[in-house]
Design a protein around this ligand. Structure first.
Ligand SMILES: [Zn+2]
Length: 89
């Protein structure tokens, strides 16, 4: 890894850590200032809401398994295989 890539990565990482510390520690003197602060607005608007009507699962048959017996037709003829059959007594 090149030297400038390492330094750029460390710079970005340190800026991210610094901004996280500053955002969590900042304070406003009045409520009007906090209403216009983008950090405070984003922190208050990101609260998740719960869904009041959960979706009920739908159970339906999509197919029916129909079994059929498989009967293999065994057939072996020595003349087709090109080998000699067992000796007949
Ligand atoms: Zn703020």
């Amino acid at each position: 890894m090149r030297l400038w890539t390492k330094w750029t990565a460390w710079l970005c990482l340190s800026l991210m850590v610094w901004m996280a510390a500053v955002e969590s520690a900042h304070n406003h003197a009045t409520r009007t200032e906090s209403a216009s602060c983008s950090i405070c607005v984003a922190a208050q608007s990101a609260s998740p809401t719960l869904s009041s009507s959960p979706i009920a699962p739908v159970f339906a048959a999509v197919g029916l398994l129909q079994e059929e017996d498989v009967i293999a037709k065994a057939r072996f003829d020595f003349s087709e295989a090109g080998i000699r059959g067992p000796p007949a007594l």
